[in-house]
Design a protein around this ligand. Structure first.
Ligand code: GDP
Ligand code: IMO
Ligand code: MG
Length: 449
């Protein structure tokens, strides 16, 4: 039996629509943990870490890779494109970092097959003609998870090592997939032998890393190791709890950790919710505080808000506390990490959305269930004074301008959660850590660790 009460563990999850800076915080907090685990999503994620000016963007590799003492696990809840993963392993090893014995891939994780991206692209093209595109990353995420749930057409990572089974299985399912592709409007030929041979070669490369990560994680818990869970995508993109259908296809809130790893829910430990000091979204879907104007453009340029995975310009807007309050509730957040605060320097004033007005004139503070309702919500703003100073060189809370500290205090008070980390630049070092005292942003009560 595992002894884990989760006390030493940390879960890092995004509280908006992705790209909150989760990768940076995984890198920062990895130094305090023994094992870092990706539990959901696939190469739709793009996590960036910056250490001493050097930038590393990864899609599948856990963001703790530059912490050599951390074990890295890609657990059962993920969907793995083996081509992308092998390229990332090669990239990491070419930097002299060792992965053998350190990286562990779940044999239960599902494989993103070449036709998944084709089906994703075909579905998006069809929806886009109807004006309904989700705006996916076209990495095949939806079709891969659909196959996982559908069961008969799926391939799991462990299957790559059973070549006889894999060939037979692909021979059975490829003709069906070929037919489906044609119906979806894609006439590309997919050959079972070609796919099998490529997957077997990739399986050979991945073999040293493939294991039963459920047992491995329980072993680590029994050994008293601490675990850091790395969320991909974010709470508002969660297939069950996000702005459906404009979501991804996994449980990308903290609720996905237990099914995605095989560890019990009590293992989550402290849940750190990462949120930008403003909002962004990539792809389609409602976004009440979106700014389609010069202010939005300024946020995009200052924050370099272009997708890590697709290069798409991210939609930008003011902070939405109705959305974040909901996400923090669903995820059971214990502490907040506020990122990209430096981007907000130089605005005369800032708007903070604290409620929505519905078309019937009602003011609501609860995030609506339905994306169609959210589409019609108008944000109710509180205006906050801006600050002119650049803050990316600040090392302590006391060095932040007063208006900036009061902005943080307002977020803290509205969300009723302590701000524990403030990020004022992409580098690992540009992080201010506060003692978890909830009430105030006054240096006298919140000292920097
Ligand atoms: P993730 O998907 O949540 O890991 O976030 P991404 O890496 O996709 O996007 C966050 C982007 O913001 C990356 O380019 C980071 O290097 C960068 N970043 C993270 N924190 C900060 C910050 O505090 N200030 C600035 N200016 N950039 C940051
Ligand atoms: P990280 O981990 C931002 C969005 C896509 C699209 C929707 C569905 O970097 O925060 P999918 O390809 O998953 O079927 O696309 O979800 N999306 C993300 N947006 N950051 C991400 O990950 C995302 N992962 C998925 O843009 O709107
Ligand atoms: Mg990202």
């Amino acid at each position: 039996m595992s002894q884990d009460s989760g006390l030493r563990n940390t879960s890092i999850v995004g509280l908006q629509w992705g790209d909150e800076g989760k990768g940076k915080f995984v890198d920062v907090l990895a130094a305090e943990h023994d094992v870092v685990v990706r539990f959901n999503g696939g190469a739709n994620a793009g996590h960036t870490i910056v250490v001493e000016g050097e930038r590393l963007a990864m899609h599948l590799m856990p963001s703790a890779v530059l912490n050599p003492n951390c074990e890295l696990v890609i657990a059962n809840g993920t969907v793995i494109d083996p081509e992308i993963l092998v390229a990332e392993i090669d990239m990491v090893e070419s930097r002299g970092l060792k992965l053998n014995g350190r990286l562990h891939l779940s044999s239960r994780a599902h494989v993103v097959l070449p036709w998944h991206a084709l089906l994703d692209g075909a579905a998006e093209a069809r929806l886009s003609n109807l004006g309904d595109a989700i705006g996916t990353t076209k990495r095949g995420i939806g079709p891969a998870y659909a196959d996982k749930i559908g069961r008969s057409m799926a391939v799991r990572l462990g299957d790559l090592l059973d070549t006889a089974y894999l060939k037979a299985h692909l021979n059975k399912i490829t003709p069906l997939r070929q037919e489906e592709l044609r119906i979806a409007g894609n006439n590309e030929t997919v050959g079972a032998d070609d796919i099998a041979n490529r997957l077997i070669a990739l399986g050979e490369r991945l073999k040293p890393f493939i294991t039963d990560t459920t047992w491995l994680l329980h072993d680590r818990v029994r050994e008293g190791r601490s675990i850091l869970f790395e969320g991909a995508n974010a709470c508002l993109l969660d297939v069950d709890h996000g702005t459906y259908p404009f979501v991804t296809s996994s449980n990308s809130s903290a609720l996905g950790i237990s099914p995605g790893t095989g560890l019990p829910a009590k293992s989550l430990g402290k849940v750190v919710g990462v949120m930008k000091a403003y909002s962004t979204r990539v792809g389609g879907g409602p976004f009440p505080t979106e700014l389609s104007d010069a202010i939005g453009d300024r946020i995009r340029e200052r924050g370099r808000e272009y997708g890590t995975t697709t290069g798409r310009p991210r939609r930008c807007g003011w902070i939405d506390l109705v959305a974040v309050r909901y996400a923090a509730m669903v995820c059971g957040v214990d502490a907040l990490a506020i990122t990209l605060l430096d981007v907000l320097s130089g605005f005369d004033e800032l708007q903070i959305c604290t409620a929505y007005q519905t078309p019937s004139g009602e003011t609501i503070r609860r995030f609506p269930v339905d994306a169609r309702d959210l589409e019609h919500c108008v944000p109710v703003y509180e205006t906050h004074p801006g600050w002119v100073e650049e803050i990316d060189g600040c090392e302590k809370l006391s060095e932040l301008p007063n208006a900036c500290r009061s902005y943080l205090e307002i977020l803290q008070n509205h969300l009723d959660l302590p701000v524990e980390f403030v990020s004022i630049g992409p580098d690992r070092k540009q992080t201010i850590r506060l003692t978890p005292s909830s009430a105030c942003m006054n240096e006298a009560c919140c000292t920097q660790a």
